[in-house]
Write a protein that binds this ligand. Structure first.
Ligand code: FAD
Length: 472
């Protein structure tokens, strides 16, 4: 048994960690665990067939299995207490590029970091990158991840042409966008089976640099106005909100928006190969950090300096991929900075027209001086047909809050109610604390997803802590 957590380092649970190296080994493991007589009809998932059996008594097979990538989801999505977790990052990383079409076929364990390191020098970029490139292809599809380009390019699943899924009977099924099971898997949080390979379309680039415009806003309303009026001019946009600012400055932000730089853009800025890309992690967070390091004083000071050092307006800045897309990746294990209790990520989306909900949330956080190290606002465009896919057209806000902040649980429960009342939803890949009813209210296609999942996995083999907690 290995103790596993998500990136937030809250709620560790033990599981048997299996490390399949190939799609065949995945299929063999799925068959073996699926055939465990202790499991059938004896699962501990009250929402499905189970009866809450004691995992120690019936053996780990009774708790089923779930795939795990690089464990970058913040909560318990890639955990399975008392059961099996398939470490798919162990799947031999391999990928091929068709340079004519830009289609990449990759094993599900390949990380976006590995892909970018190989693709960028050849003039290609992944279609969607989350705020870290240390995620696997399998994890990117299972959470249907979004990036700063959602308003233009939608989420990862929109670019997937086919995927191979090992289902509960151990068979490998090749699925495409015309299959319901494909769209139950995109955003399905690993609960339809194990993705072992996928083919997706990449984006041509001329350089490994970004051409970036930076702009500061005075308050939340100005942030929303500027983003609404001008986001369409950029492929990638994001607003970082200084949550520690109060009064008339509540919601003041630094907007960072850009596009892949052309060769012409970088002339005079870049010597050597304009497509060179060989990122390294130079810093690492210490193994143990005292609790309470991130508090009102330190985060407030960081926020004030960050806002003050951003230019009021600067156009045509040339930046590398890491500072633009993945600034946190420069420090390995940065989540340890939150101390022994870890951190809670809270990310929701509300539809356009529900800006008042956004104002209420930002206002409440700011008034209570809730410490959030990184508060990020984005505009989403059209979503995918993924039934449990998170993005929908609207505003999405993500917060990083140290777990254990007094009153946090109650405050987030209030936010849950506001978000659902506004027609919004929470992001399952970030969640570690919400309730089944909030998820059911936010995902109106949950029943449709369940029917497809149940047809593919009638005995409830695929389970996770998240699935049990939220009665998926
Ligand atoms: C610093 C940081 C920034 C982030 N920024 C963003 C962002 O901007 N946008 C965004 O959308 N997300 C973001 N995330 C979240 C992250 O992109 C997702 O949680 C992603 O799913 C993590 O991928 P992973 O490989 O680590 O998967 P894990 O976290 O290990 O697993 C996530 C889910 O995928 C499933 N899964 C993993 N591999 C497979 C497989 N082979 N087959 C089937 N299911 C599988 C798991 O069962 C689980 O449900 C961020 C996370 C961090 C730490």
């Amino acid at each position: 048994m290995t103790l596993l957590t998500g990136w937030g380092r809250t709620a560790p649970t033990p599981a048997t960690l299996a490390r399949p190296r190939s799609a065949d080994e995945v299929a063999a493991l799925v068959k073996e665990i699926g055939a465990d007589p202790a499991r059938k009809g004896n699962g501990a998932d009250p929402a499905r067939k189970g009866n809450g059996a004691d995992p120690a008594r019936v053996g780990h097979g009774s708790r089923g299995l779930v795939a795990r990538g690089l464990g970058r989801s913040y909560g318990d999505a890639a955990q399975n207490a008392g059961g099996t977790v398939l470490d798919c990052a162990a799947l031999r990383p391999s990928w091929t590029l068709d340079p004519e079409s830009g289609l990449v076929t990759a094993s599900a364990g390949t990380s976006l970091h590995d892909l970018m390191t190989g693709l960028v020098p050849r003039g290609w970029f992944v279609p969607v990158s989350p705020g870290t490139r240390y995620v696997t292809v399998g994890g990117a599809i299972a959470a249907d991840v979004h990036g700063k380009n959602h308003h233009v390019d939608s989420s990862f699943g929109a670019h997937v042409r086919s995927l191979t899924l090992v289902t509960a009977d151990g068979s490998a099924r090749v699925l495409g966008p015309s299959d319901d099971l494909f769209w139950a898997t995109v955003g399905g949080m690993g609960l339809t089976g194990v993705i072992v390979e996928a083919t997706f379309a990449c984006v041509p680039i001329e350089t490994s640099r970004m051409r970036v415009d930076v702009e500061r806003t005075r308050d939340l309303d100005e942030t929303l106005d500027v983003m609404t009026a001008t986001d369409d001019r950029y492929r990638y946009t994001v607003a970082w909100i200084d949550l520690m600012a109060r009064g008339g400055r509540t919601g003041r932000s630094v907007l960072t928006r850009g596009d892949h730089a052309t060769r012409e853009d970088v002339r005079g800025h870049v010597r050597g190969d304009p497509l060179a890309f060989a990122p390294r992690q130079r810093l690492s967070a210490p193994p143990r950090v005292p609790d309470g390091l991130l508090n009102r004083a330190t985060v407030g000071a960081f926020n004030a300096v960050w806002y003050a050092k951003a230019p009021r307006e600067r156009r045509g800045l040339i930046q590398g991929i890491t500072p633009f897309f993945h600034p946190l990746d420069a420090v390995a294990g940065w989540n340890r900075m939150y101390g022994s209790r870890g951190l809670v990520q809270y990310q929701f989306v509300v539809p356009f027209g529900a800006e008042d909900t956004l104002r209420r949330v930002v206002g409440a956080l700011s008034t209570r001086r809730v410490v959030s190290f990184l508060t990020v606002l984005k505009r989403f465009g059209a979503g995918t047909p993924g039934m449990l896919s998170f993005p929908m057209p609207g505003w999405t806000l993500a917060l990083d809050i140290p777990a254990g902040v007094p009153g946090l649980a109650g405050l987030l429960r209030v936010f849950d109610e506001w978000v659902v009342a506004a027609g919004g939803r929470l992001y399952l890949a970030k969640d570690s604390r919400t309730s089944a009813s909030v998820v059911a209210a936010g995902y109106p296609r949950l029943e449709e997803w369940r029917a497809i999942r149940d047809a593919a996995d009638p005995d409830g083999l695929f389970r996770s802590d998240l699935a049990r907690r939220l009665r998926l």
